[in-house]
Design a binder for this molecule. Sequence first.
Ligand SMILES: CC(C)(COP(=O)(O)OP(=O)(O)OC[C@H]1O[C@@H](n2cnc3c(N)ncnc32)[C@H](O)[C@@H]1OP(=O)(O)O)[C@@H](O)C(=O)NCCC(=O)NCCS
Length: 164
Amino acid sequence: MVVFRDLRGADIDAVLAIADARLGENYITGKDFVNAQVFVAEDVVNVAIAGFCIAFVDSADAKSYVRTVAVSQEYSGQGIGTALVAKAVDYLEGLGAKNIFSPLWKHDGVVNSDVIFRRNGFLPVREIPDYWLNDSIEKGYSCPVCGKGCHCTCVMYERFSSAR
Ligand SMILES: CC(C)(COP(=O)(O)OP(=O)(O)OC[C@H]1O[C@@H](n2cnc3c(N)ncnc32)[C@H](O)[C@@H]1OP(=O)(O)O)[C@@H](O)C(=O)NCCC(=O)NCCS
């Protein structure tokens, strides 16, 4: 049985291991949990973290974001990613968000998480080439496709109020 709850300190190593495996090494670090709301999916029978999702409100422009969602391979296809995004949407709407954004990774012409965001009322609004390039150089993380210096395209998704 999987339950959804807020991140606890004891979950951090497991969450970072999922992030490294699914999103690229060091793309997510402990710093990404500061000033953010992180939800985890926990398999309470096997006492394992199955996935996580990060939501935050940008202090610069007050825009709300579902920044990242990842589910470990062995738990994929069970609705966990969709449910994690739903938790993040509920949280941001609870703070008063009208529109919610999510920069999603496009690889080989496909946005892996397109289905789970559409199920939560998001739609693609524009594409941004080299979206992670500066970040990947500054943080030194390794993209699963490009390695150092990420040239992947982001598709910005947006969810309008009451879309789900
Ligand atoms: C994308 C991801 C979060 C989906 O998590 P999940 O728990 O498997 O998602 P759900 O079970 O809720 O939904 C599965 C749906 O997503 C789609 N999907 C999952 N992985 C996909 C992939 N690699 N390519 C295309 N579609 C995919 C399928 O259509 C599937 O629908 P179905 O169950 O009707 O067949 C997970 O595969 C993952 O962590 N991927 C790597 C990291 C990533 O790309 N994160 C998004 C960037 S922010």
